[in-house]
Design a protein around this ligand. Structure first.
Ligand SMILES: Cc1cc2nc3c(=O)[nH]c(=O)nc-3n(C[C@H](O)[C@H](O)[C@H](O)COP(=O)(O)OP(=O)(O)OC[C@H]3O[C@@H](n4cnc5c(N)ncnc54)[C@H](O)[C@@H]3O)c2cc1C
Length: 509
C-alpha cells in the first residue's frame, strides 16, 4: 500500500464550503484537502439555492436571528453556540465579499435580502438569484486554486481514520489506483450531510455520512443524530436525487395546494412559512390521505418567476412543468442533518487531533430543526473557528499502522429503503426496531454498505431512544414534546451497538 508523509500538514476531508473555507482561513499554513470529486462537483454547497442567513440589514439585529434560530430549534439548541455563530454573520459575509463572491445587490448597491420560512426579517444574502451555492463555490474555488499553501488531492475517498491512544495518526483513502495511507496527526472532517441515505433526497449521491462513519469508528462522540430535516418542497418527479424548490419561492408568496386547488395549510399558524418540520408533516399527512401536493406560484410570481428563480425554472421546464402557468408538483425529501460529529466551540471532536465543521459537525446551532439558510452561515463561520484552533496546534510525527483489512468501496443503496421506512418524516417504535434489525447485520458484514449501515443504525438508535416528538423528529407513538427530554442527545458507536443488542435482540441473530 502506498504511504504518504505530508510533512506535518493537517488534512481536510471534503471540498464543499466548509472544507474550502477552512483551507483558506488556514492559509498560509500548508494544508492538504482530500476530495472524492473535482472541486465544486458533488457538493451540497454548490447546489444551495436560497443563500446565507445574515442579520445585517438596517431593520435587523443578531438578537432577532438568534431568537428565530432558538425558536426553530425547539428547545434544544446550544444557546452559546447560536450566539457565537449568528453574531459572526457580518464578518463571514465581509470575508466572502473580499474573496470575490458576487452577492446580489439592489439598485443603490446595498445587499439584497431574501425572506425564508420562520425568519422574522428579510435577511437571506444570495447570489445569482437562486444560484447562491454555485456562485459562492465558483468564486472560492478560484481563490483556492491560486493559494499555494493549499494542496488539493482529488479522487480520494477517505475510508478510515487511524487512531492510537485516542489520537489521530493517519487517514486511509481509496483511489482509482488503490489505497493510500496518509500520515498526519490533524484531520478536519468536512464531508457534508447524510441525505443520500434516504430514497427521496435533495443531496448529492455521495452525501451519505461517510465522515460520520469515519469519526464514529475512530471513537468520536456523535450528537443529535435523530434530527433529520425533510425539506417540504422537493420537485416530485421520481428522480434521484430530487431537485429542490427553494423555500424562497414560498417567501415570495407561493402557496401549497392539492389536486383540487385547496390551500390545505391555510389553517396552520404561519401557513406556508411555518417552520420546515411543520410544513413537511402537513404535506406528508395530506399525501398519505391520498392527495397530490403542489406549490402554486402563479398568482404570487406569475411571469416574473423565471427572473426570480432561473435555476428552478430550468429544472421545472426540463421536467415538462412551466412554473409560470402550472402548479409545481412537490413532496418532502431528506435534506439536512442537524446531528453529526459532536464538536466544541473550536470545532474539536472528542478524539485528539480530529475536528469537524459544516454539515458533518453538530455544533448545537440547529437544535431539533435548522432555520433555513443557517447552514451555509455555520459552514463559513465554523471553518474559521476550526482553522484558528488547528493553526494554533503543533504537528507531531506519526507512523500510522493499519490493522484491519482495507474496506471495499462504499455503497449506501441497500440502506436507503430501510432507513426511509424506519426513520422518515414519521417514526414509531416498531418501525425503528425493524430498521435496527436490518441495519445491524449489514453493518457487521463489512461489505460496501457497511459504513452507510453504521450511520443509519446510529440514527435509528438515537430516534428510538428519543421517546417524544420535537422539531424534525416525530414519533407517532410519542406525539408530544416532553419537558424532561428537552436536551441534546449524545451517542458513541459502542453505546449504539449495545443499545441495539439490548433493545432489539433479534438484530444480532
Ligand atoms: C439542494 C440544496 C439546497 C440547499 N440550500 C441551502 C441554502 O440556500 N442555504 C443554506 O444555508 N443551506 C442550504 N443547503 C444546505 C447546505 O448546502 C449544506 O448544509 C452545506 O453546503 C454543507 O456544506 P459542507 O461543506 O459541509 O458539505 P458539502 O458541500 O456537501 O461538501 C462535502 C464534501 O465532502 C466530500 N466527501 C464526502 N465524503 C468524502 C470522503 N469519504 N472522502 C473525501 N471526500 C468526501 C464531498 O465530495 C464534498 O466535496 C442546501 C442543501 C441542498 C442539498
Amino acid at each position: 500500500m502506498e504511504k504518504r508523509d505530508l510533512g506535518g500538514s493537517p488534512i481536510i476531508v471534503g471540498g464543499g464550503l466548509a472544507g474550502l473555507m477552512t483551507a483558506l482561513y488556514l492559509a498560509p499554513e500548508p494544508v492538504v484537502l482530500l476530495s472524492k470529486a473535482p472541486l465544486g462537483i458533488e457538493t451540497s454547497s454548490a447546489w444551495a439555492q436560497g443563500g446565507i442567513a445574515a442579520s445585517i440589514g438596517p431593520d435587523d439585529d443578531a438578537s432577532l436571528q438568534i431568537a428565530d434560530t432558538l425558536k426553530a430549534g425547539d428547545g434544544i439548541c446550544d444557546e452559546a453556540s447560536v450566539k457565537r455563530i449568528v453574531s459572526a454573520a457580518g464578518d463571514a459575509i465581509a470575508e466572502l465579499i473580499r474573496l470575490g463572491v458576487p452577492f446580489d445587490r439592489n439598485a443603490d448597491g446595498s445587499l439584497a435580502f431574501g425572506l425564508e420560512a420562520a425568519h422574522s426579517r428579510r435577511r437571506i444574502v444570495h447570489a445569482g438569484g437562486d444560484g447562491s451555492g454555485r456562485e459562492i463555490m465558483q468564486a472560492l474555488i478560484k481563490v483556492v486554486q491560486a493559494t499555494p499553501s493549499i494542496t488539493v488531492i482529488k479522487g480520494v475517498a477517505a475510508r478510515r481514520l487511524i487512531v492510537e491512544d485516542n489520537k489521530i495518526t493517519g487517514v486511509l483513502g481509496n483511489t482509482n489506483c488503490g489505497p493510500v495511507l496518509f500520515a498526519t496527526d490533524r484531520v478536519i472532517i468536512a464531508t457534508g450531510g447524510i441525505g443520500s441515505l434516504y430514497l427521496a433526497s435533495t443531496n448529492p449521491a455521495g452525501s451519505f455520512g461517510q465522515g460520520l462513519a469515519l469519526a464514529a469508528r475512530a471513537g468520536a462522540m456523535m450528537a443529535d443524530l435523530e434530527f433529520v430535516q425533510f425539506h417540504p418542497t422537493a420537485l416530485n418527479i421520481g428522480a434521484s436525487p430530487l431537485p429542490l424548490v427553494s423555500e424562497a419561492v414560498r417567501g415570495e408568496g407561493a402557496i401549497l395546494i392539492d389536486e383540487k386547488g385547496e390551500r390545505f395549510m391555510s389553517g396552520v399558524a404561519g401557513a406556508e412559512l411555518a417552520p420546515r418540520d411543520i410544513v413537511a408533516r402537513a404535506i406528508w399527512h395530506h399525501m398519505r390521505a391520498g392527495h397530490d401536493v403542489f406549490l402554486d406560484a402563479r398568482q404570487a410570481l406569475g411571469r416574473t418567476f423565471p427572473q426570480h428563480f432561473p435555476g428552478i425554472t430550468e429544472k421545472c421546464r426540463a421536467a415538462g412543468i412551466d412554473p409560470v402557468t402550472q402548479p409545481i408538483p412537490i413532496r418532502p425529501a431528506a435534506h439536512y442533518h442537524m446531528g453529526g460529529i459532536h464538536v466544541d466551540a473550536q470545532g474539536k471532536s472528542s478524539v485528539e487531533g480530529l475536528w469537524a465543521c459544516g454539515e458533518a459537525a453538530s455544533t448545537g446551532l440547529h437544535g431539533a430543526n435548522r432555520l433555513a439558510s443557517n447552514s451555509l452561515l455555520e459552514a463559513v463561520v465554523c471553518a474559521r473557528f476550526v482553522a484558528e484552533s488547528v493553526g494554533g496546534s503543533r504537528a507531531r510525527q506519526t507512523n500510522p499502522r493499519l490493522e484491519e483489512d482495507l474496506p471495499r468501496s462504499s455503497d449506501p443503496s441497500p440502506v436507503r429503503k430501510i432507513l426511509s421506512e424506519a426513520a422518515g418524516v414519521l417514526r414509531d417504535r416498531d418501525g425503528l426496531r425493524g430498521g435496527i434489525s436490518a441495519l445491524y447485520p449489514m453493518m457487521q458484514a463489512n461489505g460496501p454498505e457497511s459504513d452507510a449501515a453504521l450511520v443509519g443504525l446510529m440514527i435509528a438508535v438515537a430516534a428510538l431512544k428519543r421517546q417524544e416528538s420535537r422539531g424534525a423528529h416525530t414519533r407517532t407513538d410519542f406525539p408530544e414534546a416532553e419537558t424532561a427530554s428537552a436536551k441534546r442527545s449524545f451517542l458513541w458507536l459502542d453505546e449504539a451497538l449495545e443499545t441495539a443488542r439490548e433493545l432489539v435482540p433479534e438484530a444480532v441473530g
